[in-house]
Design a protein around this ligand. Structure first.
Ligand SMILES: Nc1ncnc2c1ncn2[C@@H]1O[C@H](COP(=O)(O)OP(=O)(O)O)[C@@H](O)[C@H]1O
Ligand SMILES: [Mg+2]
Length: 245
């Protein structure tokens, strides 16, 4: 079983939205998924109440010790992917979520306040020596060229050897993300052919590849081109997609 914790001390970065979106994308990719809600705010359980489909299963656990033990038990129960949605701020439960996870995904909006606020979260993840990546969320559609493995962000991340710590694609701010949650669906169920669904599926594939030890810089790096030629390369000239999850 693989366990992914969505972590950020700052509220509103998209932990619950991405936890739900990724859980549904993983389920559609054939996994048996459990969503563990470790946040008394109840975003995931409220979403579950609006949902008519039984899977993914949702459990709310607000105690760090119980959360850690539950993840160990799920590993024996046939669940193949567990996704933990955590609260903003910092608590024993967040600590337990990091300890129980194989991988920590840290959503951040592309704003100075969010990037600065990510530092203490990163320190906590590093203290536990956990593999991690940032996921840019609520990116303005205007800067959608950020969005996509072939976009400048992907290439720069690879050039800066950040390919393993910046999950791609970035997730754009769109109504679909909010509307899906409002009717108890994942965005890949709500509008399967929409751009948000495509992004979330891409993010799941990125995380899945990472969980399976695929090194992102090698998997994602486009072929080297002279600087002048690169400027003329269309965005559609994308590197091969990562393996499906
Ligand atoms: N990509 C997105 N597009 C549109 N709205 C989003 C997106 N990501 C999050 N939101 C909205 O932003 C708010 C905060 O997101 P949420 O997932 O609850 O954050 P967190 O769990 O980190 O507090 C919610 O209203 C959610 O619907
Ligand atoms: Mg939340």
């Amino acid at each position: 079983m693989h366990t992914i914790a969505l972590i950020s001390r700052k509220g509103g970065t998209g932990k619950s939205t991405l936890a739900i979106g990724l859980a549904c994308a993983a389920m559609q990719a054939g996994h048996k998924v459990c969503l563990l809600e470790a946040d008394p705010l109840g975003t995931v359980s409220n979403w579950r109440r609006r949902r008519t489909v039984a899977e993914p299963t949702v459990e709310t656990i607000l105690d760090g010790y119980l959360l850690f033990n539950r993840v160990q038990a799920l590993a024996q129960s046939g669940v193949t992917v567990t996704i933990i949605d955590t609260a903003g701020g910092w608590s024993d439960v967040s600590r337990a979520a990091i300890a129980a996870a194989d991988f920590c995904l840290m959503p951040a909006r592309p704003s100075p306040a969010d990037i600065e606020a990510a530092a203490p979260t990163l320190a906590a993840v590093r203290e536990n020596a956990k593999p991690f990546a940032f996921a840019l969320n609520q990116v303005q559609a205007r800067s959608a060229r950020l969005n996509g493995a072939a976009g400048s962000l992907g290439e720069r991340a690879v050039a800066l050897k950040m390919g393993d710590v910046l999950a791609l694609p970035a997730i754009v701010l769109r109504n679909d993300q909010q509307d899906a949650l409002g009717v108890g669906l994942g965005v890949t169920e709500f509008a399967p052919r929409g751009k948000s669904a495509e992004e979330i599926r891409g993010l799941w594939q990125w995380v899945w590849a990472r969980l399976n030890g695929v090194s992102q810089p090698e998997a994602e790096a486009p072929p080297r081109r002279p600087a002048t030629a690169r400027a003329a390369v269309p965005v559609a000239d994308a590197p091969a997609a990562l393996p499906a999850g």
